[in-house]
Write a protein that binds this ligand. Structure first.
Ligand code: HEM
Length: 421
């Protein structure tokens, strides 16, 4: 108290200090209700599990993120938050809220959440998948979808796919792949050389787009081929129906051509049902809002990471009957409304939705169906004696089978030349 007495004795100090203090109190007193009102106007963050200081919820997520996120959805509802260290992640798991993010507020939620590893792989994020929603992304995407993956380009590149498919079915001599058709690299180089104003791309952008094609196409298509084969070997009656359809549409003395694909409706339903249970990207490719928004009545801050939980939605009994059962027939009638890969049905969107929907959808869908139809038409598939199909999965860049499928093919077609020509 000695210090106070010495100051209080100073008359100049006591009167001026008092005036200042009273002023501060008066301002705070006046501002307090306004602050309270403003606070009330900003809704709270979504609910979510408590984590530890600094690391947040990281120590508790384990390795199977898709299963953990589905469990948390059961506890906290269709929108919740999880802190991974200082990164705020918002997980969305209902069709209604997905629509808000990818349709109603699509422009704000169409940026990707990029980290240093992604920047390194994608030449600084100049590719299609990780470019911010802006002119560079628009130009690359337009070039990719309209020029490279146009219907006519896909038709002309079929010869390349057929060569590859044949080479899988028989021992192929080296150097036989010259078909005279342009592959995607040649198409890209041509577009770059033309430099006609509509698409002006640098060599770095060209390399980044090639990375998108390799990453986007290879793991997704191979993983899905394995899932479909595994499901068919587990469900022998479904396999029988697929073979029956192939026999009828393609015939036992022909190989599958892409022109057969639109007629293979049952196989189509089998593939759709497999995508429902095993979407390769369980949370799509995470997005980040360019400004703070309200979703489902909660505050979703700018820069947070948005996980759209397609895996949980496609397995939820609120939206699907017997959701964990493999029933391709559900896609043959319209009981679930129109269900395709266009991303317009927010109960089913394995290729994503909105303006950032998969840019390689047409190629992915067509190639996957062609590979599967060819494998299934050309061979009978049997499991090695004593083994069983296990359909558990494991989380990764792409969600794969936990244990690989081993199957033994035996030729099925009537003419042996079909395997050797
Ligand atoms: C089984 C096949 C495939 C599946 C299931 C798949 C799935 C997806 C998903 C879920 C997204 C994120 C969509 C979103 O955020 O809404 C995506 C984006 C993308 N995919 Fe695919 N994909 C497949 C095949 C392909 C293929 C064959 C290519 C290229 C040839 C490709 C290229 C891309 C690109 C470039 C993007 C980024 C689009 C953008 O950000 O604008 N994908 N894909």
């Amino acid at each position: 108290m000695g210090w106070w007495k010495s100051y209080a004795g100073d008359e100049r100090f006591s009167s001026s200090t008092l005036t200042v203090l009273i002023g501060i109190f008066a301002v705070l007193w006046l501002l307090w209700p306004i602050k309270k009102q403003r606070k009330a106007a900003v809704p709270p963050l979504p609910p979510g599990p408590r984590g530890l200081p600094i690391v947040g919820y990281l120590p508790f997520i384990g390795t199977e993120l898709h299963i953990k996120f589905e469990q948390l959805c059961g506890l906290y509802g269709p929108i919740y938050k999880v802190w991974f260290a200082n990164k705020l992640c918002i997980v969305i798991s209902s069709p209604l809220l997905v629509k808000e993010v990818v349709r109603d507020q699509d422009a704000v939620f169409s940026n990707r959440d990029v980290n240093k590893a992604i920047l390194a792989i994608t030449y600084g994020g100049v590719d299609i998948a990780f470019s911010p929603n802006g002119p560079n992304w628009k130009m690359l995407r337009k070039m990719f979808v309209r020029e490279m993956l146009s219907a006519s380009n896909l038709d002309t590149t079929f010869t390349l796919r057929r060569e590859e498919m044949k080479s899988l079915a028989k021992a192929k001599e080296e150097g036989k792949t010259k078909t005279g058709k342009k592959d995607f690299l040649q198409v890209l180089l041509e577009i770059r050389e033309q430099n006609n104003g509509a698409y002006s791309i640098s060599m770095t952008q060209l390399k980044a787009v090639l990375v998108d094609i390799v990453v986007g196409a290879s793991d997704t298509i191979t993983t899905m081929s394995e899932w479909v084969m595994a499901r068919l070997m587990k469900h022998s009656e479904t396999m029988r129906k697929v073979h029956e359809e192939l026999t009828e549409i393609v015939g036992m003395d022909n190989l599958v051509e892409e022109s057969h694909l639109p007629k293979l409706q049952y196989l189509d339903a089998v593939i759709k049902e497999t995508f429902r249970l095993h979407p390769p990207f369980p949370f799509l490719v995470p997005r980040t809002p360019s400004e703070s928004r309200i979703i489902g009545g909660y505050h979703v801050p700018k820069g947070s990471s948005i996980f759209v939980n397609v895996w949980a939605i496609q397995r939820n009994s609120m939206y699907w009957d017997n959701p964990l059962e493999f029933i391709p027939e559900r896609f043959l009638n319209d009981g679930y409304g129109r269900v395709d890969y266009s991303g317009n049905n927010f109960k089913y969107f394995p290729f994503g939705s909105g303006r950032r929907i998969c840019a390689g959808l047409t190629l992915g869908e067509r190639t996957l169906k062609y590979i599967l139809a060819s494998f299934l038409h050309s061979f009978e598939w049997k499991l090695p004696q004593g083994s069983e199909i296990d359909v558990s999965d494991t989380y990764g860049v792409v969600t794969k089978k936990k244990n690989p499928t081993v199957a033994i093919p035996t030729p099925r077609l009537s003419k042996s030349e079909l395997y050797t020509e």
